[in-house]
Ligand binder design. Structure first.
Ligand code: AHR
Length: 330
């Protein structure tokens, strides 16, 4: 009797192990099969690169937030190349991660790989930058800034500042990475805003790829080709900081001889603003990690999320930068 009961218990235990195994297998395939062995959500994240102080702060925010949220992060640095991002996303699909997130280096050319992710039942979150795909069902949500607004705020400040100018005000523009959403949108927002003052004229506009060294090099060319530059609009702090070196080397005083407007408000940029070398910064926050992890958990659980989540941002004058700097986190 005792022996028979023991055998029955063994068979029941064996059957329940088999059942648990098949349930777990079903669960995996439902979710794309990517949960880490310990049951944690696996997030594949393709980062643009490490082109700027903003990007470094964004990467830190994402890594710290993943660790805090107990999410297993597979992080890939695309070194500012779209083909690397596409490769990384395909790898994530192959690895059956639970969720894919990425910051698209440029706006166009994502439909094919996004369809592959959708076919594999892996939800995609866009963070920081968006794509121009007409089919919005290719991704669950877009978390990031309103870049057109940032450009507009920069332009509106300049319109106000030059209200009493009687002659032409010559502007040079350092654009971000060609084809990227922030470069396209900031250019558009700024151009629309400065149209309010016919004295404001963009006399040269070129990409500095969001990098300090490129900003310096392009500014050197601008200074050589344009005898009268009144304003520099740089699409990020890093290019503005590079341009500072070129302006100083040309014997001009940044912030006085040339008014400098940038976007981001990372610590180095804020320091330049507080020191009077920059004149105005429109903020772009890189601290997207905690919101991204929250969204990853929600889309993994099949919850509805808003199609667009806009980052809260502000602007800084020199005086406001001096006040804000001591508590600046990035
Ligand atoms: O997409 C955000 C932009 O990318 C930041 O303004 C810039 O600094 C970064 O490289």
């Amino acid at each position: 009797m005792r022996t028979r009961r023991t055998a029955g218990t063994i068979i029941a235990a064996f059957a329940s192990v088999l059942l648990a195994g098949s349930v777990a297998a079903c669960g995996n395939s439902d979710t794309g099969g990517g949960s880490a062995d310990d049951g944690r959500i696996t997030l594949g994240f393709s980062q643009v690169g490490a082109e700027s102080g903003w990007r470094t702060a964004n990467t830190t925010s994402i890594k710290e937030a993943a660790a805090e949220a107990g999410i297993e992060l597979k992080f890939d640095d695309a070194q500012q190349k779209q083909e690397n991002q596409i490769k990384a996303i395909r790898n994530f699909i192959q690895q059956k991660v639970d969720v894919i997130a990425f910051s698209p280096v440029v706006e166009s050319g994502w439909d094919t790989v996004l369809k592959e992710a959708r076919d594999a039942d892996i939800p995609v979150i866009l963070t920081d930058r968006s794509v121009d795909s007409a089919d919005k069902s290719l991704y669950k949500t877009f978390l990031g800034s309103d870049f057109v607004k940032e450009g507009r705020l920069a332009g509106e400040w300049l319109v106000e500042r030059t209200r009493s100018a009687s002659g032409p005000v010559n502007i040079v523009e350092l654009q971000g990475t060609t084809g990227s959403a922030p470069a396209n949108d900031r250019k558009e927002g700024f151009a629309k805003a400065i149209a309010a003052n016919p004295n404001l004229k963009i006399v040269a506009s070129q990409s500095g790829d969001f990098k300090r060294a490129d900003g310096k090099q392009v500014m050197e060319q601008f200074l050589k080709a344009n005898p009268k530059i009144d304003v520099l609009f740089a699409h990020n702090d890093d290019m503005g900081l590079g341009a500072l070196e070129a302006i100083t080397a040309a014997g001009k005083v940044p912030g006085k001889d040339i008014t400098i407007i940038t976007i981001d408000a990372v610590k180095d940029g804020m320091q330049a603003l507080a020191d009077g070398k920059f004149n105005f910064i429109a903020e772009c926050s890189p601290l997207l990690g905690p919101q991204l992890m929250d969204l990853a958990k929600k889309v993994h659980a099949g919850e509805e999320v808003p199609a667009r989540i806009e980052t809260e941002e502000t602007t800084f004058t020199q005086e406001q930068a001096r006040e804000a700097l001591p508590n600046r986190r990035y």
